[in-house]
Design a protein around this ligand. Structure first.
Ligand SMILES: [Zn+2]
Ligand SMILES: [Zn+2]
Length: 223
């Protein structure tokens, strides 16, 4: 959880002001009695009744967030919850616990609309999962999946990418020549920025991207 708190806090402090406001609004929405803390009942009524999450998952998540075991969650803990829900962090499909870090995911399910099938490191290591597909089951860890997605996106964009490379070779050469001052050079072109942004939004909808198929499946052979 410590790392998740750090990530959530980095997002909120380093990100746009709207994000800070959104997480404050989220806290206020949960804090129905307005005492500045979220207790177990407030948490459950939001998660279980409002969010439709299964009761045992919610209970386990509350315990994981409530590290001091005082039965309440402060603003930082709720910011972590906000991050968990926003970023789609998974629960383990074998032990039902929330997975705070790296996990393994089924490549086949990852590429299909609907639920992915994710397993925490401990359950994966102990083979505690039961999961079948007609053509066999392949798991990769989430970093390998990210790498695979990048490779396929680059492959899909290849012709366009090579045009762009030519476009911003020119300013680079000028910068290196002695007659040109070394300021005022854009390192990232607008087109590249657009690509980065679309890559990010592609990540958010990763489960519905069909084009990652080949590379993601190929990943199974390297591990
Ligand atoms: Zn597990
Ligand atoms: Zn699967």
């Amino acid at each position: 959880m410590e790392e998740l708190h750090e990530i959530a806090s980095a997002h909120i402090k380093g990100g746009p002001e709207e994000l800070q406001e959104a997480s404050e609004e989220f806290f206020d929405a949960l804090d129905t009695d307005g005492d500045g803390e979220i207790d177990y009942e407030e948490f459950m009524s939001f998660m279980e009744e409002g969010g439709g999450y299964p009761r045992d998952l919610c209970e386990a998540l509350f315990d994981q967030l409530d590290e001091e075991e005082d039965g309440t969650l402060d603003f930082d803990k709720i910011s972590t919850l906000f991050y968990i829900l926003k970023s789609g962090r998974p629960f383990c499909d074998a032990c039902d616990n929330f997975i705070p870090g790296v996990y393994f995911t089924c490549v086949t399910c990852f590429q299909r609309p609907g639920q992915s099938f994710d397993v925490c490191l401990r359950c994966y290591k102990r083979r505690r999962w039961e999961h079948y597909h007609r053509d066999g089951v392949c798991f990769v860890d989430c970093f390998a999946m990210l790498h695979g997605m990048r490779e396929s996106m680059l492959m899909a964009n290849e012709p366009e990418m090579s045009n762009e490379m030519v476009l911003y070779k020119a300013p680079k050469n000028r910068r290196n020549s002695s007659t040109q001052p070394s300021s005022s050079k854009k390192l990232v072109s607008k087109g590249t920025m657009r690509k980065m942004k679309s890559a990010l939004s592609a990540l958010e909808t990763a489960a519905t991207i069909g084009s990652i198929g080949t590379t993601a499946t190929a990943l199974c052979t390297i591990m």
